[in-house]
Design a protein around this ligand. Structure first.
Ligand SMILES: C[S@@+](CC[C@H](N)C(=O)[O-])C[C@H]1O[C@@H](n2cnc3c(N)ncnc32)[C@H](O)[C@@H]1O
Length: 434
């Protein structure tokens, strides 16, 4: 198909293009060009030639398309490993790629995004498994939020669609499905399923909220709520709290509360943070630590225990989070007079904290943003450890830190969401002048 680069928006909608893909983009689509125009193709891999249907053509410079036929397949293409994704669910969007190759592609995406978004072309990064060479890329998820279809079965949403796919997702442990499938749920509700360190499965049903879900009108949402007669979340199986162990410590977390999705993530991230600090600005007696977006304080515990193991007595540790239930769990588990918890947004709280030596930040997907980055840099810590689960927001934050005089000394990427396009990354930054 041929069209000039000045093709009006929408002109390619519904058309089939034949395109060769040359790289993976942040977000999981492969990128190619047709007549000078960028095409993002979902379901394709770099090196492949495919026929693809244009599904979104609202921008002048690029359009989005879905694969309809593989003309020349990549040697790294495999049969989709995830039954739900094979049936169209948006869960494991890259389950048709061999796991080691997908990690290489994620390394390229991370490096490229650091250069383009963060203006950090010289930072080296590689994405590694959280488990090791035998990582099966299966049953890694300890926590998932499913949606309930019209027949009362839970599943994942079709990619960009309202329809729910009830096939099992490879990321969930079979015991999670066995428990969650034991019940029928109210159509339109969501179901949270958690498998904790003691292999207990907890299931909580959350009725459709006043804001209707994708594909439902406000009237449908109201009808579903009225039919169920339930307006608040309720426990379906297990208990209201889940038990998680990291190192020698245990946490009691509300079954609907935040916990890292990958079973190995809390331990690996906690160890990584302690290792990065030890390698680049070792802790000394009396050091003050900020753990921003700290949740239940897993990273504070890791630093506290690593310091104690090295015979170092830390000073004050400040955990900041908006979630009071997570902070309650932090206080119960840490039970140490040097640990202070602060409920509120990082933006609002940091100005009132004592000067830090170490700052750890683990913001949600949207990243920390300029205001928090500037407040942290102004506090002049010897080392900052920044954790991000969205490479674009993460790269933007690192770029903002660079503008304020901090340079990345080490960066590690983790395949914390195997068979998806998602990546987790942890960077250590120190003052450029030092
Ligand atoms: C990615 S989680 C990290 C939690 C914790 N570090 C862990 O690993 O368990 C992000 C955390 O940020 C909290 N949060 C979201 N927005 C926030 C804000 N503006 N200020 C402080 N905390 C916030 C959430 O409640 C959540 O606990």
């Amino acid at each position: 198909m041929s069209a000039p680069a000045s093709t009006p928006r929408g002109a390619w909608s519904g058309r089939e293009l034949e395109v060769t893909l040359d790289r993976l983009a942040h977000g999981g689509a492969a990128v190619g060009r047709v007549d000078g125009r960028v095409v993002f193709v979902r379901g394709a891999l770099p090196g492949e030639r495919v026929r693809a249907l244009v599904v979104d053509d609202r921008k002048a410079a690029f359009c989005h398309a879905d694969v309809v036929e593989i003309v020349e397949a990549s040697p790294y293409r495999i049969d989709p490993a995830c039954p739900a994704a094979a049936a169209g669910a948006g869960c494991c969007d890259l389950s048709f790629v061999s796991l080691p190759h997908l990690r290489d592609l994620k390394t390229e995406v991370l490096t490229d995004t650091l250069a383009r978004v963060g203006r950090l072309p010289d930072v080296e990064a590689s994405v590694r498994s959280l488990i090791g060479p035998d990582d099966p890329g299966a049953a890694w998820r300890v926590r998932a939020r499913l949606s309930v279809d019209g027949q009362g079965y839970p599943g994942f949403h079709r990619h960009h669609g309202a329809q729910i796919v009830a096939e099992p997702c490879i990321a969930l442990h079979p015991a999670m499905y066995a428990t969650v499938r034991d019940q029928r749920y109210q159509p339109g509700s969501d179901v949270i399923v958690v498998r904790d360190t003691e292999a207990q499965v907890h299931v909580v049903e959350i009725p459709e909220e006043s804001a209707p879900r994708r594909g439902h009108s406000r009237a449908t949402a109201q009808r579903n709520r009225a039919r169920s007669g339930r307006k608040t979340s309720h426990l379906v199986a297990g208990s209201a709290t889940a038990t998680f162990q990291v190192g020698r410590r245990r946490w009691e977390i509300p079954s609907t509360g935040f916990w890292q999705a990958h079973e190995r993530a809390p331990q690996v991230y906690s160890d990584t943070i302690a290792e990065l600090v030890a390698a680049h600005r070792p802790l000394s007696g009396g050091s003050t630590v900020w753990d921003l977006y700290g949740g239940a304080g897993v990273f504070t515990a890791g630093l506290l225990d690593a310091a104690a193991a090295g015979g170092v007595e830390l000073g004050q540790m400040h955990i900041v989070d908006t979630d009071s239930t997570a902070l309650d769990a932090a206080q119960t588990t840490l039970d140490d007079l040097r640990v202070h918890v602060h409920r509120g947004s990082a933006q609002a709280v940091v100005d009132g904290l004592p000067t830090p030596d170490v700052v750890v930040l683990d913001p949600p997907r949207s990243g920390a943003g300029r205001e928090v980055v500037e407040a942290v840099a102004d506090a002049d810590p010897a080392i900052i450890v920044h954790i991000g689960c969205d490479v674009a927001a993460f790269a933007r934050d690192l770029g903002l830190f660079a503008d304020r005089g901090y340079r990345v000394v080490e960066l590690r990427g983790f395949d914390a969401f195997p068979r998806t396009h998602h990546v987790e990354a942890i960077a250590a930054l120190v003052p450029a002048s030092g």
